[in-house]
Design a protein around this ligand. Structure first.
Ligand code: DX5
Ligand code: ZN
Length: 225
């Protein structure tokens, strides 16, 4: 993976057909997805429950771009090697998920993956001031994590602050939650380069009409500028 700040769309397969992940992943990539975002939830850190390492490993052969795995689990450290083995390219942990995020980010890199740190809406940008040299990606949650299809929470001030803090470091700013053609321009202008979108990409489409996914992604991209 080379680093750049060009706009990237990362569809969240949380909004895909759960009986057909292989075909869904192939469809979004064929239609222009830059990364594939996988939301891992544990029924403890967040109320919802999704994909363990064997499920993520089964997605891997279908992903030709970048498999971006967002852990909404606590604790994290005991599962890092399992998600590395499952083939994650980027593994993101929440700063709120435990007392030792510094150790967690070190362990993610040591396991051969890019390390991401996610911030819930209530967590300030300053919380990662001492982690900037440990992280390859900062994920700014624009919903309270747990479910797709929630209303966007405006975090543009936080994104701007993070963009300043990051400076020239090769760190992606990813936005997750409620991204659509209306909200994408706000977060892009504030400094984001990776836009996760679930419902706004998958709505109206299917593996039999994948061109809708393409049109949905183009609408986000065009609006973001
Ligand atoms: C929220 C997840 C998101 C979510 C995005 O807990 O991390 O990735 O699925 O879904 P939309 O785009 O529908 O808000
Ligand atoms: Zn996510």
């Amino acid at each position: 993976m080379t680093f750049d700040r060009s706009l990237k769309i990362a569809p969240s397969i949380l909004s895909a057909d759960f009986a057909n992940f292989g075909a869904e992943i192939r469809a979004i990539e064929m239609q222009g997805a830059d990364w594939v975002h996988v939301d891992v939830m544990d029924g403890h850190f967040v109320p919802n429950l999704t994909f363990g390492p064997p499920a993520v490993k089964a997605f891997r052969p279908h992903v030709k771009t970048v498999m971006d795995v967002h852990l909404m689990i606590s604790p994290v450290d005991a599962y890092i090697d399992a998600y590395a083995d499952a083939g994650a390219d980027i593994l993101t942990a929440h700063i709120e998920a435990g007392p030792h995020i510094h150790r967690t980010l070190q362990a993610i890199r040591a396991a051969g993956m890019k390390a991401g740190v996610a911030l819930n809406p209530g967590t300030p940008a300053d919380a990662i001031a001492h982690l900037l040299d440990m992280a390859d990606l900062v994920c700014v949650m624009t919903v309270n994590p747990g479910f797709g299809g929630q209303k966007f929470i405006d975090m543009t001030a936080k994104i701007r602050k993070l963009r300043d803090m990051i400076g020239d470091r090769p760190i992606h700013i990813e936005i997750d939650g409620g991204v659509d053609p209306t909200t994408a321009p706000l977060v892009r202008a504030a400094g984001a380069d990776v836009l996760v979108a679930g419902s706004a990409v998958f709505k109206g489409g299917s593996v039999d009409s994948p061109e809708i996914y393409g049109a949905n992604m183009r609408a986000i991209r065009t609006a973001a500028g």
